[in-house]
Design a protein around this ligand. Sequence first.
Ligand code: AMP
Ligand code: ZN
Length: 478
Amino acid sequence: MSVQLYDTYSRSVKDLTPEVGKPFRIYCCGPTVYGPAHIGNFRTFLIQDVLRRVLQVDGVDVKYVRNITDVDDKTIRESQANGISLREFTDKWTEKFHNDCNTLNIIHPNIEPSAVEHIPNQIELAQKLEAKGHAYATEDGSLYFRVSSFPEYGRLSKLNLKNIRSQSENSSGERNDADEYDRESINDFALWKSRKPEDGENYWDSPWGEGRPGWHLECSAMVEASFGGETIDLHGGGIDLCFPHHENEIAQSECAHGRQFSRHWFHTAHLMVEGEKMSKSLGNLHTLDDLQGKGFSPMAVRYTLIAGSYRQQLNFTFDGLHAAKSALTRIERFAAALLEKTGEDKTMFASYISSNAPEDFGRFSKAWDALRNNLNIAACLGAIFGVIGSNPSAQMNMEQARCMLTALGSLLYTLGLNLFTACDQDATVPDDILVLAKQRWEAKQARDWDKADQLRGALLAKGWNIEDSKDGFNLLRE
Ligand code: AMP
Ligand code: ZN
């Protein structure tokens, strides 16, 4: 059985198989680097990471590309508000994104193209579309894609052109601010936007005059730059990108190259917070730093964000995070019991984490099959706990324990869950000490070193020492 996954385009579950002699080519829309990514963004990136790992463990050679969106309304606006160049601003947030990905154990893409570094590719692609009659320039020096020139438009999102809402604002909130009377049709979208005063220094020369690319163009250009204009095997992103972003990518790429853009479309449902949409204005937007500051380990965060069905919205709650922490502890206890049988200590578990699938997953076969069957992570975890609950280690000899550790190690590699890494707080730490420690962590995140030192002093005075690790802090009694 090969790996199977739901495809938004055909609305069916399909096999994921590479073309003979080629790697399996994946492109995922990456982060817009204008601040720290929130845990909703990470839900999408984590689920994509698990899919990549499933394919890898299944023996498929994967080429994984995920871009950085470093030029759009938000990055330009925020860099200007911060009084620094767009490059300096986006570099800072790209680095933060990379650090968070490492902390969450997300494997780095094989290629991570940046939109700004592909402006010439974007211009070339737009020129090709114009030459083929799929795009037209307007008097203000913008270029629009002519949606009526592509009859397949709307197939992915199953939208009828008549009902498609205006693209004057896309799902990521970016405004397409060209005057509507300039466009032939309300559905036409900007490939190139003429220079505006609010763009500051962020404009480039083009055949249509100074300006910058429209947001949708970048992914079509970066897919072409990374995969040479060939049909790719899978394209992914959060469900909000389905329309108009992915619809527009299809239109641009298929009209330019005359061939299918992607064979498979993989969309992840959104993360909600305590039943509501996550947003700054509701004050329920969490970042990895926030959760670490509250004492949760990155592995507990990873577990929480991958555990549900990727096609259903996931409701993030602190109860859920606590449950993830307990679930990880149960897996750790089980692994520790197996390690006892093999005469190894906990540090040896890392040597069982492997991307090589064992010959036979044995008692964990159901868990492995669940992952290959439309990435059913919830069923995989359920099957793992089914095995753990039956307490098999009790009657095992050393060889059997080693086989089980090997299978568990491959499964945990696939889920990206490392064991025995959390600096979980000792349950006996008094609440007032924990509050001070969290305030200190927050001060550190805000680079308020004086306040952080002051709080460390306050903790020491109460007999507690604090140690920092990349995962958070640990409290030790003096
Ligand atoms: P952005 O940084 O806004 O370009 O988004 C990066 C990725 O996160 C995209 O694939 C989005 O579709 C996805 N995304 C945005 N919000 C959420 C959310 N609440 N839950 C899951 N994925 C999201
Ligand atoms: Zn994209």
